[in-house]
Design a protein around this ligand. Structure first.
Ligand SMILES: NC(=O)c1ccc[n+]([C@@H]2O[C@H](COP(=O)([O-])OP(=O)(O)OC[C@H]3O[C@@H](n4cnc5c(N)ncnc54)[C@H](O)[C@@H]3O)[C@@H](O)[C@H]2O)c1
Length: 349
């Protein structure tokens, strides 16, 4: 059965969603809502009905599902417009611009029983799913530590948009939020964080680099570093071959250390001693863990179609997305206030 989908916001990522829907045999794009002339032209080129007002578009086309790819502050109003009409929606990350706003969408979705799937696409990526399985199945023994980085170099033109130079427009809320979600997904809830940020490279009000220490509720400790001013291949975007507009540079960006073994992601090498009882003077054996060849964004769309059909519940609900947002905001608060911040403090203001 073909599901009729509407797209709210046909900018950078919205157009990618439109292309994914067009390529999927089980989905049809039946409407685009956007305020820009460029999006109107794009809708016309695709032969899809266009409307500047998303609420009117939802009423006119009554889609089976909607993809919300609007600026962050419109995620909650647009998500609510969908939920009020009983339309399941895929809301791009972050679920909201603040925890308070996210709570409104969580409440509406749960009260009305209308599913909201948050667009943390890595949850649908084979490397992340396999890493979760390896860690949770105990193949590394008890998890002790995790370490990772997200380093890439954004071009100067990226910062022409003023909002990217101010608070909320930097790598914490644009990029690190995906890694925070990945870490929560694999290692469980984050208890607290302690972070430093720097803006020395570009000198904008927003950070260009951050370093953080993480304590998970399980007691596992982690460290992570993010920068959009480093020329490097060490990010999920480069190493996974899953991201939409990045070259593939095989390698690793995330490392899980357990009592009896370690895992690097996305190259998926599992390191263990040949014999039980091995220690730091004994060699380790490297095993490559193969991945299925599925692709994160296609998997995400397929999952959304299953949510619409009622055969799956969202892999990441509005509530779950709110917790990822809260943990990321805790990083920002820690760097700003020069103190350790608990996620609970941010999640339940
Ligand atoms: N998951 C991912 O891989 C990924 C990648 C990029 C962006 N994102 C997220 O997607 C969202 C959109 O990001 P983007 O880079 O595509 O932004 P963008 O600015 O390129 O696109 C946003 C679109 O929304 C339209 N718009 C703005 N106000 C509107 C309104 N009131 N009504 C209707 N349309 C309106 C704009 O005209 C624009 O076309 C952001 O929340 C971002 O965080 C996610």
């Amino acid at each position: 059965m073909t599901r009729r989908l509407a797209l709210l916001g046909a900018g950078l990522i919205g157009r990618e969603h439109a292309a994914l829907v067009a390529a999927h045999p089980g989905a049809e794009l039946v409407g685009i809502a956007d305020t820009s002339p460029a999006a109107r032209e794009h809708a016309s080129a695709l032969g899809v009905p266009f409307c500047a007002d998303y609420a009117s578009m939802l009423d006119q086309v009554r889609p089976d599902g909607a993809i919300v790819a609007l600026p962050n502050h419109l995620h909650v109003p647009a998500g609510l417009a969908c939920v009020e009409r009983g339309i399941p929606c895929l809301v791009e990350k972050p679920v909201a611009e603040s925890v308070e706003a996210a709570q409104r969408l969580v409440a509406a979705s749960e009260r009305r029983g209308v599913p909201v799937l948050v667009g943390h696409h890595r949850r649908h990526s084979p490397d992340i799913s396999e890493a979760r399985r390896i860690v949770r199945d105990g193949l590394l023994g008890d998890l002790v530590a995790v370490n990772g980085m997200c380093w890439f170099d954004k071009p100067d033109a990226y910062f022409e948009a003023e909002w990217r130079r101010g608070e909320g427009g930097g790598p914490l809320l644009i990029n690190l939020i995906h890694d925070v979600d990945t870490l929560r997904f694999i290692c469980g809830e984050i208890d607290s964080v302690c972070a430093f940020t720097a803006n020395a490279v570009r000198g904008f009000p927003v950070e260009d680099t951050a370093g953080l220490a993480i304590r998970f509720e399980s007691g596992v400790l982690g460290t992570f570093s993010v920068s959009d001013a480093v020329a490097s291949p060490w990010s999920w975007e480069f190493t996974s071959a899953q991201a939409l507009y990045f070259p593939h540079q095989p390698g690793a960006y995330l490392f899980f250390g357990g009592r009896t073994g370690s895992l690097s992601v996305s190259d998926m090498y599992l390191w263990r001693h040949a014999d039980t009882g091995g220690h730091w003077q004994d060699p380790l054996i490297r095993e490559h863990r193969p991945l299925d060849r599925s692709r994160a964004y296609v998997n995400q769309l397929e999952h959304f179609l299953a949510v619409i059909a009622g055969t799956a519940t969202p892999a990441i609900t509005a509530r779950d997305g709110m917790l990822t947002l809260a943990a990321t905001l805790a990083v920002a608060a820690s760097a700003r206030d020069h103190r350790t911040v608990s996620v609970r403090e941010i999640a339940a203001p």
